[in-house]
Every structure is written in C-alpha cells, then in structure tokens.
Design a protein around this ligand. Sequence first.
Ligand code: ADP
Ligand code: ZN
Length: 701
Amino acid sequence: MTTISLHAALKENFGFEKFRPNQEEIIRCILSGDDTLAIMPTGGGKSICFQLPALVQPGITVVISPLIALMKDQVDSLKANGINACYINSTQTPQEQQYLINGLQANDFKLVYLAPESLSYLDHAFSQLKISLIAIDEAHCISSWGHDFRPAYTNLGYLKNRFPTTPILALTATADKATRSDIVNQLNLVKPKIFVASFDRKNLSLEVRPALDRIKQIIDFIENKPNESGIIYCLSRKTTEELAEKLQNKGINAKAYHAGLENTTRSKVQDAFINDDCQVVCATIAFGMGIDKSNVRWVIHYNLPKNIEGYYQEIGRAGRDGLPSETILFESYGDLIQLQKFASEGSNSEIQLAKLERMKQYADALSCRRKILLSYFGELVKENCGNCDICKNPPAFFDGTIIAQKALSAISRLKESEALAVVVDFLRGSKNASIYDKEYQNLKTYGIGTDISWYDWNQYIIQLINLGYCEIAFHQQNKLKLTYLAKKVLFEGEKVKLTTVLKKEKTKVEAKKPIGKTATDSLFEILRKLRSELAKKEEVPAYVIFNDATLKQFENERPMSETEFLAIDGVGKVKLEKYGDQFINAIIAFTKNKNEKTKKEATTYKETLALIQSGLTIEEIASKRNLGQSTIASHLAKLYTDGHAIPIDKFINKEEISKINEAKIKLESPLTLKPYFDYFEEQIPYDKIRIALAVLEKTSI
Ligand code: ADP
Ligand code: ZN
C-alpha cells in the first residue's frame, strides 16, 4: 500500500493524523506477510499495529489477549469508530458464542478477540475462515521469565504450524532479552522482524518525595486537581482501604481496590474509574492490568515498588493519551525494610533483592531520573530530560559536616536507643514527654540543633542513612544505630556533603491557578460533561468517545464546521457523523456565550470607570449601581491593571501596599485573598487587599 493510502486509512478509521514511532513500519511488515515482534511501552500505541492491517486486508484478524476486561474495551473502541469486531470468551453462553461464530463465517467481523484458553474449542470453526493476521497481545505472558506468566500461552506455538502462511504479530511492553527470545522461539516465528520502540514517555513527569506526612501531601496534591483521574498504588490491601477512607473524609471521590474484594465490588470500582465516576483509586498492583483508560492524569506510589519493571509499568498507566501527566513516588525506609524482608524470604531471593536495590538507587538518585530508568531498559540517552524533579531542581551540595557531627553525636548520646523522631526532638531541644521522661534534657548536645527545622532534620538524617553513616534497626523499634563509618566523621575529621532540602511548598506554588478562575466553567469541562453523558447512554467508557487529548484540541482549536472538526486528531469519519453535531453545537454555544459575557462585562466596567473618574468612592458607586462593594473593588482592580487612568492613591496608600507586599512574600503568594485577611487578623478589608494586589501585580510587570 502507498504511504498516502495507509495514512488515509489511519485518519478515516481512527481519526489520527499521523503514525506514532514504529507503527507504520510494523504495519508495512505485516502487510508484506512477515512475522513481527513489536516491543513498545504501555501507551505506545500497539493496538493500531494490528487494527489497521485488519481493515485494509480481506479476511479476519484474530487477536489473542489474556484479559477479558481489555477485550471488551477494545471492541467498544473499535465499534465507536464504526469497525465491526467481537470477542468470544467464557463470559458468554454457548448460544451467544455460536451466534458470533456464524457471524465470523459470514464475514461480518474484521477482528475477533480470544483468550488463549478458548483457542482449542474454537479450532474447528477456524478451518472455514480466511485469517489474514494473528496478533498476540501481551506476548510476554508466554515466558516464565516474565512477571505475568500464563500457562495457556505456551500452547500458542501450534498456531504457526496450523496457519503457516498467516503472519503473526507478537506485541509486548516487556523489553528484556530473555523474554524476547522466548517469545520468538515458543511462537515458532519465522525470521521475525523485531521492532523496539523507545521506552521514553516524555509526557510523564517523574518525582520522588520523602514519605513524611505523605497523606497530607497526597490530599494537597489532589485538591489542586479537582477533576483529574489518578491511581495511588499501595503495598498492602489494608493501606488501600485506610487511605481511601482518609481521602473520602476530605471529600475526595476515592475508592479502594485489591484482590481481596469481592468480584462484583472490584468490577464496580473499576467501571466507576473508567467512566470518570470515581476520581481516585487506591489500589494494590492488581489494579490496572486490564485497564485501557487513556486519561489517567497522575499515578502516585504510596509505597516503594519492588522493582523498576513494575514501577515503570505502573506509572505507564498515566497519560496514555500523550498529554502531560504526573507521577510521584514516596520513599520511606520502613517500606524498604519490609520489602527486603519479603524478597529475602521468597523464591529467587538474590535476584529480587538486587532488583529492589536498583529501585532504591533510583529513588535516592541525584541525577536525571529518566536517564536512570531508560538505561535500566538498555536505552542510553545523552541529554537530561528536564521533566523530572532532579532536572527541575538540581540538588545543591554543601558542606554538611557540622550537621552530620551533631546528628551522629546525638545518636551516640542517646545510646543508640531512640528512633528518628526522638533524635530530632533531642537535637531541637523539644520539651515533650519523650525527652523529659528519660531526662534527656540533661545530656550534653541536647538542643544543639534548634536552628534547623524538624522537617529538615529528618531529611538530613535520612541522607546520612543513605550515605551509610547510620542505619535504622527495624527489628528493634526502629532505633537509630551508628555504623563504623560514623567514627570517621566524629573522630577522624571526615567531611560530609549533604544536599539542600527542597521546600515542600515549592511544588504547591507550581500548581497554582489564577485567583477567581475555576476550571468548572471551561470549555473543556463542558465538553467533558457532554462526553460523559454520551458514554453513559452508549454504555461505553468515556474515552472511547473521544480521549482527553482530542477534547483539549477541541478546546484550543474551537472547530465550528464539519471540515474543521474532522481536522482534529482523534476524529475519524464515523465519529464525525456520530458526534460532530453535538460537539460543534456545544463549542458554538460556548463561544457565543463567552462573547456576550465579554461584551456585557465591557459595558459594566465602562460604567464603573466613568463613576470612578467622576470622583466617587467605592461605597457610593456600589449604591448607585446597586452592586456589591466587592464587585466594584474587583472592577477597580481590573481597570487599574488594564492600564486605565485611575486615581489609585484615593483608594489605597503606600503604607498599606507595602504591608500587603510583605504579607505576600511571607505567605508565598497564596491563591486566594483569605490568607491575607487572616494574616492581618481581619484588620485590612478584602477590598483593600484586592486593590493592593492589583497595584503590586502592575508594578511587578
Ligand atoms: P498500548 O496498547 O501500546 O498501551 P494503545 O494501543 O492502547 O497503547 O494506545 C494508547 C493511546 O494512544 C490510545 O488512546 C490510542 O487511541 C492512542 N493512539 C494510538 N496511536 C495513535 C496515533 N497514531 N496518533 C494519536 N494517538 C494514538
Ligand atoms: Zn530528568
């Protein structure tokens, strides 16, 4: 097929403007009849590699997939694009299955999805079909090296003997060499072409944070993203439930998910998440395998993962639609020790422990995290990524010898019999029971570290642990112990380099939204609601209609005609016919509304401006216009920042402005006015604060 016709088929059937890396090459390889092994990261776009050939060739494409839930999603997505597909699996009655088999024989379907277990009893039906391609998804399940071994996959080798002239496409996101050659051998692939896509997922930001206060950190994080779906991975079932409850208590729409829940509960949670009815899922790693949701905006690891493979797969569930998505890993020493214990007690302990060690090194890294991840998967990159916490805030080293000496000698004075929290209290000279009960206040070095905050002390001591100067005795109530290296610092003058502690607030400031603007009235939200209504009506996941990336483009490009609508990435012929009118109408209505609103706003501002210029006070204008004083104050602020001639000294004086400026610096530019109001103990009214901020904004430009 020519390049143009493949592109045309991609646009017409799937709505995509161009191929992702390797898709076109893989498709060409299949179309020329070759066996193919495609290795692509999660979200890389594997499905198109067999769905497109299925459409442009006569006959049927058989897709082997290990997960029943995934089959349904894929078939729903295909149908939404007007492509006839079905799945046959154990959830159906024999009658339903026979009906579908008849349909296959009558050429009604272009694709059929099957579980490997069903192959044998469908074998007779297949002899009468023209099979153009056999695609084996999650092909690593064939390998006992891999982490998802499925016995039924080992029988798939017979397919090549049974259909020697039909090309086979094996797909996986697992890259290691042993698994790769296992797939080729066991499937009897003939001189396969192998494609390995880059594992870099540039749209995922990477961040590791210390686990101090992690629940509060998580709540703050989610509160900044009111409508964004996310997954929090936890180590234990109990943690998923406790965490979900804590989030619910804060009004966050969160649910727990783990293998111990009843099947019906589990699938309810999964469906609610897929349909955007549940915002956050707190889950064990059992969650996510069968989920194709493309708009997961963030993934948090509440606990340290066991290995980098698992971690990368889990964060890979964020941002499949290619939009920027965030990932955060919380690192705690307690987790590490627990995982070490599990690993050393389980089978293959040496390998598991080594993998865990690599995970820990990643979390402790002081250089670009993406480089470390990719090099783990055998990909070497030269440039730093610019989208991980290290690249964004490179650690600054300083001479921490004195801090180290203070901390280590405190541990020694406390006879190595206290845990981290008490050591910090001791250093900071705290006057609490854990100190007084044991009369620690009388020991030398008590209170020698009052100049450093509690949070920072914790961080420094954790760095000292990472550097090997001290360690946590987890089997003795987490007491801090010195190692032989401590001596060098305490008695032999060894210098210690520490890195500055990043302030937690930093990340918060990044996420700030402009005062007064809420996300709920944006075009994106309006379109999201429309999508969700349509999805409910059709009983499919929302992203099957359009994914977030497509909605974002609607918002930015505002297509108002069919031609413009079709030009958006993600809109194919069938979706244009099915949904075009409704989305276009919503976009037109929003734009009109917005224009009218802007017009109205312009008139009301003009009126206020005239009155200000005629010398009236805010109070007088408010009563004359029958509007609230705060409304007039906000008009005034806006008019002033827009550059209109306003006698601003009449409304606020220099002293007030400088006071509010001070507060602004101290409060680190809060998002709302309330913190200022509280800061001045309600002595400065809201109107003044608003006007002063406008003046400050103007002068800072
Ligand atoms: P994988 O199976 O590799 O994890 P999928 O096949 O589910 O990935 O694709 C991930 C996402 O990328 C889906 O939302 C899909 O619609 C989208 N996608 C795939 N190919 C393209 C493309 N060429 N252009 C734009 N989006 C694409
Ligand atoms: Zn980086």
